[in-house]
Write a protein of this length. Structure first.
Length: 362
């Protein structure tokens, strides 16, 4: 059984002036914590227990949260206290978002043979050492740059955290206590977010995707009018559909499916007994689950509704707020009329949606 402690409680003095770099939304509008909320889903088969050390809420099932301490060791200890009794524990810095699943897997595998495993890479730069007011060349041949995740057998990390000894990382303390440290090849792209200039990592963390969808439903006097999951109470006409006829949600769901490349609304949610008379919010929830499995986040949704009746001006805000909560993203809704361009009013409503999404890379 494996456990993971994700340390995301650092103050980030060099990156953010002490504001906490894991929370700052500077990576294409997302934060490191936003990234890890999706990324942890890809690691759930490797780790049966996960603790995130942060003072921010985490909206994830089966993820524990521990408060950061005044030092790295105290933060890791707080996370360890919340961890179940597992066999192997990996400690990873949230500031290293590009560590691959393969690196996590390799470190876990080597823990079968060694009590402590750390990844490291060779130093490729020429080095100089300060000597008084001058500098002299310094050999790099025997130097390595240590990374995370660092792996420990449970009882080893427990002993490390119980000692008063403290260092830059737990592996250094473990070595002083007598345990053998096994070094495995790290990853060049496993860079650490340290300085403001490091926001360039966003190009390796995220990939932008766009989608477009549309829907049309005729009016029906025998159905309620539901738009964006909101029942329009003062409407005297509804929309004909095999579901509740929510033309806005149908267009948004279709746009999301276009980013996934998984077909359209009519193919995946046909006029069948399963969806007959069903709520369109349930369909959207299913599409959002498909998004989650593909590690896609909705960045924003723009919706245009063409409707000659009823008057919807006072319903725009409630519809926008509700749809935004369903997508967990900003929504921009415009409502317009056809102005008789086809010679008469529309006998229904047309909705067009554009969505901007972000894929979390791993």
């Amino acid at each position: 059984m494996n456990g993971l402690i994700l340390v995301a409680g650092g103050k980030g003095q060099r990156f953010s002036g002490g504001k906490g770099k894991a929370q700052l939304r500077v990576f294409k509008g997302w934060s490191l914590l936003d990234y890890w909320q999706v990324r942890l889903e890809t690691l759930k088969d490797l780790f049966q227990d996960v603790v995130v050390v942060t003072d921010s809420p985490m909206d994830l099932e089966n993820i524990k949260v521990a408060l950061p301490g005044s030092s790295r060791k105290e933060s890791v200890a707080n996370g360890f206290e919340k961890l179940a009794r597992v066999d192997k524990v990996l400690v990873h810095d949230a500031a290293r978002p590009l560590a691959t699943d393969s690196l996590f897997e390799r470190i876990l595998a080597w823990l079968d043979l060694f009590p402590v495993v750390v990844p490291a890479i060779d130093v490729e730069d020429a080095l100089r050492k300060k000597e008084g007011s001058s500098t002299v060349p310094f050999p790099r041949e025997d130097l390595m740059r240590v990374q995370t995740p660092q792996g420990f057998r449970y009882e080893v990390l427990k002993a490390v955290l119980e000692t008063s000894d403290e260092d830059v990382d737990e592996a250094s303390v473990a070595q002083r206590l007598g345990w053998e440290i096994h070094v495995v090849e790290g990853e060049r792209k496993n860079l650490k977010v340290t300085f403001p200039e490091d926001v360039f990592l966003q190009e390796l963390m995220f990939r932008r995707l766009e989608g477009i969808g549309w829907d049309f439903h005729r009016f029906s006097e025998n159905a309620p009018l539901i738009l964006g999951g909101v029942r329009i109470e003062d409407a005297d006409v509804g929309l004909e559909s095999w579901t509740d006829g929510d033309v806005i949600i149908h267009a948004v769901a279709d746009a999301l499916l276009s980013t996934l490349g998984q077909g359209d609304l009519g193919t995946l949610y046909p006029n069948s007994q399963l969806w007959k008379g069903g709520s369109s919010t349930d369909i959207l929830a299913d599409v959002m689950e498909r998004m989650r499995k593909k590690h896609l986040l909705v960045e924003k949704a723009t919706v245009l509704l063409l409707a000659d009746k009823p008057m919807l001006k006072h319903w725009i805000d409630p519809i926008t707020r509700n749809l935004s909560s369903l997508l967990n993203a900003p929504v921009y809704l415009s409502v317009t009329r056809s102005e008789g361009i086809i010679g008469k009013d529309l006998n229904g409503m047309i909705s067009l949606s554009f969505v901007n999404c972000v894929e979390v890379k791993r």
